[in-house]
Write a protein that binds this ligand. Sequence first.
Ligand code: KPL
Length: 305
Amino acid sequence: MTLNVDVLVFGAGAMGSFFGGLLSRRNRVTLIGRRDHVDAIRRAGLRITGKTSFVARPQVATSTAGVKRADLVIVATKAYDTESAARSLRRFATKSTWLTVQNGLDNAEVLARTAKRVVAGVTSHGVTFLRPGEVRHAGIGETAIGPYAGVGRSDVVRIRDMFEEAGIRTQISADIRRDLWLKAVVNAGINPLAALTRLRNGYLASMPMLAAAMTAIVSEAAAVARAEGHDVSDREAAETALKVARRTRENRASMLQDVERGRETEIEAITGGILRAAERHRLQAPLNAFVYGLVRGLERSYKVE
Ligand code: KPL
């Protein structure tokens, strides 16, 4: 089998490892991650369990120093690390196409300040980082990609084909900016509630009082998306949030995984981004402001001052 494309995955957390692992079956993938994860993968491979199950053998490193070439750079860091990721990846800014599959509203824009060619992506796969060397594919989701800056449809088609070949079902988005907003709206409903209740995603859809809270939060956020010019109805927002929570019922949302590990969450990139847009349009978003405050408080409770 010939390996097709040189792929650099920057940020080997749950999602980066999952995508990188799948792509490594047909491509030359280098995963850039933390020392303990990298060491574990070097020793025994990257174990993917759950809905997808195999051991992947990508190249791994803790920095890009030894990486000579990358046709595709997948940025999969936490949203608060996107700027520093772009700085670390500057060397690949002109020749490689960069793809973001991160949560949050601003990643593609931030990357496009450095990279010439940017594709934006959204994915609702539920993936849990179990331990160094192992991630669990806990819920099957959808992935969509679209041109963001300096790329055309043919570039996106190539990436879609490569993803499909690796077993990642992928659509080409008709309007990726709208899809980024819809994904942020869904994340604003699921992630803070999961982090605050410490429940797997399924409970947010199956417990009526949590489903009602989630629906109210995403409706409020959808109004902000519409003010930003994106066609996201309250109904689509609520139905999509419930669908994603059900499909990823076994997953612990990424914000819950962050809280459990005492790490900074992506509340600023998701709910914070929605609140800043609400302010620009003089809209009230009290439910989002309320959960934003609670998650910030939760972070404060475990952060060393
Ligand atoms: O994006 C996610 C996340 O956890 O960040 C979902 C799709 C909600 C899966 O848990």
